[in-house]
Design a protein around this ligand. Structure first.
Ligand SMILES: [Zn+2]
Length: 320
């Protein structure tokens, strides 16, 4: 979830923010000395070309995205990523569905004030149609975390498995509230029986303590990157052409987050990061991957990080 709390200057968020600011103490980002080593590429990787589906774009205060003063703005996206793999069509997150208006109408007024403009976000099924994909063709969604702006489209995918951390799954399925900590548990109502919990029973990789080979061919490797939520997860995606991306969800909102590295703005982090210290620890590991040039880090909300991740288009059809 991204937030425009500071930019909005609306009374309740500002009041809540002032209280949070007064009480917030920001963690430091640990530094490490040894660069992580990427594992060797498996021999039979498929050629993969992830692309982005953009539900909505809006201008945000960059000082929310990365701690600092007067950084200007960045164009923030609500996004879903699409990967065509020989085993099926995979999505990373399922950002916005057809009932975003319903999501907002039933939310508390401060949430509507904050995120009301998301009512005009394009639903996932519309974006999939533009990319030439039927919703029933989606094989699985790889969830980075459970915040409402990453799960709104789940209900539009009738056959997709939902691959996610056990920590996030176990927590969200117990929740009864309409809106809790930026999550909307009702988004999981139709997919409860299609959830596959990641075990992270694979070896350490790239400085991270554990991993899981999602498809068994080395092309998509899940790693635990907790902090933003209890079970936030990132995914290495590796193609036979040598590309290696790391989709990090909201571990950082903007490129400055993992480049410098810098936590989100003090107020933003206090509001949206479930565990600030854990988020900072994760950021340190992500920064090392970035600094060692072991992968292209891709955030959900900052298109400046989408290097070699173009907008999705329908595959060209051959006219005979
Ligand atoms: Zn988000």
């Amino acid at each position: 979830m991204r937030s425009r709390l500071v930019a909005s200057l609306r009374p309740v968020p500002v009041l809540l923010g002032a209280i949070a600011l007064l009480t917030a103490c920001m963690p430091t980002i640990p530094q490490r000395s040894l660069p992580p080593q990427p594992p060797p590429a498996p021999p039979d990787l498929p050629a993969l070309a992830p692309c982005a589906l953009v539900h909505q774009t809006s201008e945000e205060d960059l000082s929310n995205g990365a701690r600092g003063w007067f950084r200007g703005t960045w164009m923030s996206q609500y996004s879903t990523f699409l990967i065509r793999h020989p085993k099926g069509v995979y999505l990373i997150d399922a950002s916005m569905g057809s009932d975003t208006a319903g999501d907002l109408d039933k939310s508390p007024f401060w949430f509507r004030l904050q995120f009301g403009d998301a009512k005009s976000a394009k639903p996932l099924k519309v974006l999939l149609a533009e990319a030439g994909v039927k919703p029933e063709e989606v094989t699985a969604v790889l969830l980075t975390h459970t915040h409402w702006d990453h799960t709104g489209g789940l209900a539009e995918l009738p056959n997709a498995r939902v691959i996610m951390s056990a920590a996030d799954a176990d927590w969200i399925l117990k929740q009864q509230d309409f809106l809790i900590e930026g999550n909307m548990p009702r988004h999981f109502d139709t997919v409860k029986d299609r959830i596959d919990r990641l075990k992270f029973d694979g070896p350490p990789t790239d400085g991270f303590p554990a991993s899981q080979d999602v498809l068994g061919d080395g092309s998509i490797i899940a790693i635990p990157t907790p902090g933003h939520t209890r079970g936030s997860t990132s995914y290495f995606v590796r193609s036979s052409d040598g590309h290696r991306w790391l989709f990090i969800g909201d571990a950082a909102w903007v490129k400055e987050g993992f480049e410098e590295p810098a936590t989100k703005g003090r107020l933003a982090s206090t509001v949206v990061d479930q565990d600030k210290q854990q988020t900072a620890d994760t950021l340190a590991l992500l920064h090392e991957v970035y600094a060692a040039k072991n992968a292209t880090l891709v955030t959900a909300h900052d298109a400046r990080t989408w290097q070699d991740v173009p907008l999705c288009k329908a595959p060209a059809t051959v006219v005979k």
